[in-house]
Design a protein around this ligand. Structure first.
Ligand code: SAM
Length: 197
């Protein structure tokens, strides 16, 4: 899927479909919105930008950490072969699963748990998208990234984070590049703010 097709699909998605509270009426605004449990659906322009930076390909196996509403998951699943998505809040995951099934996706695999540790069973992944802010780069995610793979992850304190693009080189090392400044909810879990910092 090229850039134009991605944008066409992005604009065809009705964000209100991913929101089931009284914030629905604000779905057209380019802003994050509460989805319950202290979590948010991300700002649409940032979802598109992060997807472009991740650059999944049609044969990519993608790991997503932080399913939330499932909005970002839909874009990833449209662009790639398989998406493994992990969410720590069971109620959010259940709703996202129903929405994504209604959109006829059959290439998404769901897990409730601590995504800061990745999903070892299906590793390595060609692409990893993290949509919550980590304190440090989670070691397990780095080790589950394939050679030549790309990971997009916000790293930094709760108020403002560096959006980092992490690439795994042929010798298994990593290169990191800061591609923007963002503000995400905290990544929890072993490599999240409550586990490590
Ligand atoms: N991309 C989502 C969307 O489009 O709706 C928004 C994700 S929201 C900003 C971040 C999500 O990460 C929340 O749903 C939160 O529960 C989840 N999260 C935080 N820490 C997590 C962890 N350790 N494992 C899995 N999910 C986690």
């Amino acid at each position: 899927m090229d850039q134009q097709e991605l944008e066409a699909y992005f604009h065809s998605l009705d964000r209100s479909f991913f929101i089931d509270n009284d914030m629905k009426k604000y779905a057209v605004l380019d802003t994050p919105l509460p989805i319950g449990f202290g979590q948010t659906i991300s700002q649409p322009s940032l979802v598109l930008e992060m997807t472009n930076i991740l650059a999944p390909e049609k044969d990519s196996k993608v790991l997503e950490i932080g399913t939330g509403s499932g909005f970002q998951t839909a874009l990833l699943a449209k662009m790639s072969a398989k998406v493994y998505t992990v969410e720590r809040i069971d109620e959010l995951m259940k709703k996202a699963k129903v929405r994504l099934a209604a959109l006829n996706f059959s290439n998404i695999y769901f897990k409730v748990g601590d995504g800061s540790k990745g999903w070892l069973e299906y590793a390595p992944y060609d692409r990893i998208m993290v949509t919550a802010a980590a304190g440090v780069l989670p070691e397990d995610l780095v080790s589950q990234l394939a050679i030549g793979g790309r990971m997009v992850i916000p790293i930094g304190p709760p108020n403002l984070q560096e959006l980092q693009l992490v690439t795994k080189t042929d010798d298994g090392g990593i290169q990191t590049k800061t591609v923007g400044m963002v503000r995400f909810v905290e990544l929890k879990g072993q490599y999240g703010w409550d586990g490590c910092c």
